[in-house]
Design a protein around this ligand. Structure first.
Ligand code: NAI
Ligand code: AKG
Length: 368
């Protein structure tokens, strides 16, 4: 399949796509800016060994759009954007690469602000910070908020409780069997919360060392990566990569709830409709995993952890509201969430237009 970029950008109303290349460091990155109605686009930088440039562009575009919805529904005055860096984070990183990316971000003059994502770390953000102020998730020693993953995990934990309340009538996770896919930065901290509450964990990761650690620390049961979908579990928690809710995996699912941190979990929106028809409670990805962006966005006001955590706690209520709308209107949860996010963006756009109109009237009066 060839991606017709402008057609795709037109379909979902993207603003800008930027290609960043630096011969010296080997940087090959793509910055996608979806929508800046609510403010500058904020979204992390992902480093991944994409099989093709097309795959990387598509990922950047999909992730950037997700950030528009995530930031809008979380009440942030920020638009949506994302960076992808083509390369293997375990061997292709170097200092100059992140500094070069920082200079590209600086050249956008604040239209886009970056942070961590899969394959990038706090140390990488510190390097970007050498070249631009438009970066968050920088080390706390610089007065910033650091790695957002533990806060993302806390938001997912609260969102999972809200989802359990909807599915089982009680938000306690004690004794619940929870199948966790991926044991990376977010999932590790999530497993800690779940273990402390007395949940039984079933885990899978392609990295054996991470699996061993979870078995040892949380008494988790380990299964092969491909077997995680079919586990007899109450909750399935996807915390690895996207598009894992699809035609192949849905028939395998036994869980009543899907609640995890991965971005873009639904391969296509019709998969959200299928989950709805099956009676599976799906916590929309960009709602439940917003803890990290809420935390890093707080840096823009001078980081205050208490203020950030208070906002993260609203994830529980936002999901409860989405589940209510989904039930009352008999629509999938992803659609109920999209409507809420779009309502906010459209109302801000409308009021801004009114303001501009007033401004224009004043100007024309002056001219008279
Ligand atoms: N870090 C954060 O604060 C946020 C992360 N997210 C999303 O949450 C997800 C996880 O993020 P992180 O924990 O930061 O990434 P990470 O890179 O630390 O962890 C991902 C884990 O998934 C594993 N994995 C990859 N493919 C797999 C497969 N097929 N089966 C099982 N495991 C597999 C990897 O080995 C790795 O351990 C990503 O989709 C990310 O975009 C979303 C919001 C914020
Ligand atoms: O929490 C982060 O990593 C920054 C925001 C972001 O990229 C995301 O929420 O996916």
């Amino acid at each position: 399949m060839t991606l017709e970029i402008f057609k795709y950008m037109e379909k979902y109303d993207y603003e800008q796509l930027i290609f960043c290349h630096d011969q010296n460091s080997g940087l090959k990155a793509i910055i996608a800016i979806h929508d800046t109605t609510l403010g500058p686009a904020l979204g992390g930088a992902r480093m991944w060994p994409y099989k093709s440039e097309e795959e990387a562009i598509e990922d950047a575009l999909r992730l950037a759009r997700g950030m528009t919805y995530k930031n809008a529904i979380s009440g942030l005055n920020l638009g949506g954007g994302k960076t992808v860096i083509i390369g293997d984070p375990s061997k292709d990183k170097n200092e100059e690469m992140f500094r070069a990316l920082g200079r590209y971000i600086q050249s956008l003059n604040g239209r886009y602000i970056t942070a961590e994502d899969v394959g990038t770390t706090e140390e990488d953000m510190n390097l970007i910070y050498e070249e631009t102020d438009y970066v968050t998730g920088v080390s706390p020693s610089f007065g910033s908020s650091g790695n957002p993953s533990p806060v993302t995990a806390y938001g997912v934990y609260l969102g999972m409780k809200a989802s359990a309340k909807e599915a089982f009538g009680d938000d306690s996770l004690k004794g619940k069997r929870i199948a966790v896919q991926g044991l990376g930065n977010v999932a590790y901290h999530l497993c800690k919360y779940l273990h402390e509450e007395g949940a039984q964990l079933i885990v899978a990761d392609i990295n054996e060392a991470k699996v061993k650690k979870a078995v040892k620390e949380f008494g988790a049961e380990a299964v092969e990566p491909n077997d995680i979908y079919r586990q007899e579990a109450d909750i399935f928690s996807p915390c690895a990569l996207g598009a894992i809710i699809n035609d192949e995996t849905i028939p395998q699912l036994r869980a009543k709830v899907i609640a995890g941190s991965a971005n873009n979990q639904l391969k296509e929106s019709r998969h959200g409709q299928i989950l709805h028809e099956m009676g599976i409670i799906y916590a929309p990805d960009y709602v439940i995993n917003a803890g990290g962006v809420i935390n890093v966005a707080d840096e823009l006001y001078g980081y205050n952890r208490e203020r950030a955590m208070k906002r993260v706690e609203t994830i529980y209520d936002t999901l409860t509201k989405i589940f209510k709308t989904s039930k009352e209107e008999n629509i999938p949860t992803y659609l109920a969430a999209n409507r809420l996010a779009e309502e906010r963006i459209n109302s801000v756009l409308k009021s801004r237009k009114q303001f501009l109109r007033k401004e224009k009237n004043i100007l024309s009066r002056k001219l008279l």
